[in-house]
Design a protein around this ligand. Structure first.
Ligand SMILES: NC(=O)C1=CN([C@@H]2O[C@H](COP(=O)(O)OP(=O)(O)OC[C@H]3O[C@@H](n4cnc5c(N)ncnc54)[C@H](OP(=O)(O)O)[C@@H]3O)[C@@H](O)[C@H]2O)C=CC1
Ligand SMILES: CC(C)(CO)C(=O)C(=O)O
Length: 324
């Protein structure tokens, strides 16, 4: 399997390092300090008590690599458009493109039957460029139930969790996606195959769409967010609104906000990826985590005053700090 990673940060670095550690050849498209580090040292993977480096073939220009069997995209949502525009040479007729990212992707409704089937989301693909550059038939969705960070170029720090859920964006699980699943299992992940990856995306988003923006606004880790009764109550109202939207679009959530917050609480003092972005001065993933939910709620006819308030606040926060 010819595998290429695009986005060797926290999540991509972890997935890539595990793939390389399992004995497979991995190509990586990277830039700047990350490219330099990968070419010099390989992909670094750090845990609380270890640090290993794995050799990879790192390039700046996807044209050097040509068509792949699998391209793993693990960038933040604001970087996606530039990646889609550059990755053309990696995509052949049989290529699978796996999006290992949080939030609602541009292809969300392409394979989701129900009242909004085939809806196009202006918030995450305003001009339809992602859809035309990465046709949905190539896409495997991937939900990452892992926490990690990348504070040094080329090195992913694995903090907790080991779960990946993958599924075809459209249609039943294909043999190619099963093969990708086997490859990721071999690499050491707890891999689940989903026959409706949109539901898994919505389920994960249900926790992220509160914790990530609230942590960005307040600078607080997840435990401190949940320790404040008023902030927790605000998060619960947002989750109730998102659960109602989910119910209307075919992504029901079989969990209560209290149950989910209890799971989040067990993760301790977690610094979300959006808080990491604020601290590093990087653009925030607002459209995929909140803008798309706001747009979908409007189309589904569900009032979402609390989601709207959080979206407005975090959007303004990002604009004022040049993180938008
Ligand atoms: N971190 C976490 O714990 C979790 C994150 N997620 C999600 O996973 C996705 C990835 O997040 P994460 O790994 O944290 O992000 P990071 O910011 O750590 O990594 C993104 C990487 O993409 C690279 N990149 C961006 N644009 C380009 C480009 N044009 N060419 C080459 N490389 C590029 C960046 O390189 P450069 O440094 O050069 O900009 C960086 O190495 C997000 O959707 C996030 O929400 C999901 C679960 C957990
Ligand atoms: C680690 C986790 C689950 C925290 O919300 C995450 O997905 C993120 O930080 O983006």
């Amino acid at each position: 399997m010819k595998i290429c990673l695009y986005g060797a940060g926290a999540v991509g670095g972890l997935i890539g390092a595990r793939i390389a550690a399992s004995g497979r050849t991995l190509s990586v498209v990277a830039r700047g300090a990350t490219l330099h580090a990968l070419q010099r040292d390989g992909l670094g993977l750090e845990t609380h008590d270890s640090r290993f480096f794995y050799p990879v073939h790192a390039v700046a220009d996807p044209a050097e690599l040509g068509p792949q069997d699998l391209v793993i995209i693990a960038v933040k949502q604001p970087a996606l458009s530039a990646v889609a525009q550059a990755m053309g040479p990696l995509i052949g007729p049989q290529t699978k493109v796996m999006t290992a990212m949080n939030g609602v992707p541009w292809w969300f409704f392409d394979g989701l039957p129900g009242p909004l089937a085939d809806t196009r989301l202006h918030s995450v693909d305003p001009f339809g460029t992602l859809r035309s550059l990465i046709p949905t038939k190539h896409v495997i969705g991937c939900v990452v139930h892992i926490a990690c960070a990348a504070t040094t170029p080329g090195i992913s720090q694995h903090r907790m969790g080991n779960g990946l859920v993958i599924g075809d964006a459209v249609g039943p699980t294909s043999p190619a996606t099963r093969a990708v699943g086997e490859m990721l299992r071999d690499a050491g992940f707890e891999l689940t195959l989903s026959d409706c990856i949109q539901r898994d995306i919505w389920f994960k988003l249900w926790g992220n769409m509160t914790m990530n923006p609230v942590s960005a606004l307040t600078g607080a880790t997840s435990d401190r967010i949940l320790d404040d009764a008023l902030v927790e109550a605000f998060c619960v109202r947002i989750m109730e609104e998102a659960a109602e939207v989910g119910k209307r679009i075919g992504c029901p959530i079989a969990q209560s906000p209290a149950e989910r917050n209890a799971v989040t609480r067990k993760l301790g003092a977690m610094k979300t990826s959006m808080l990491q972005d604020v601290e590093a001065g990087r653009a925030l993933e607002i459209d995929a985590l909140l803008g798309a939910v706001h747009e979908i709620a409007g189309k589904a006819g569900v009032p979402t005053p609390n989601i709207d308030a959080l979206l407005g606040l975090v959007r303004l926060f990002a604009r004022e700090r040049g993180l938008g």
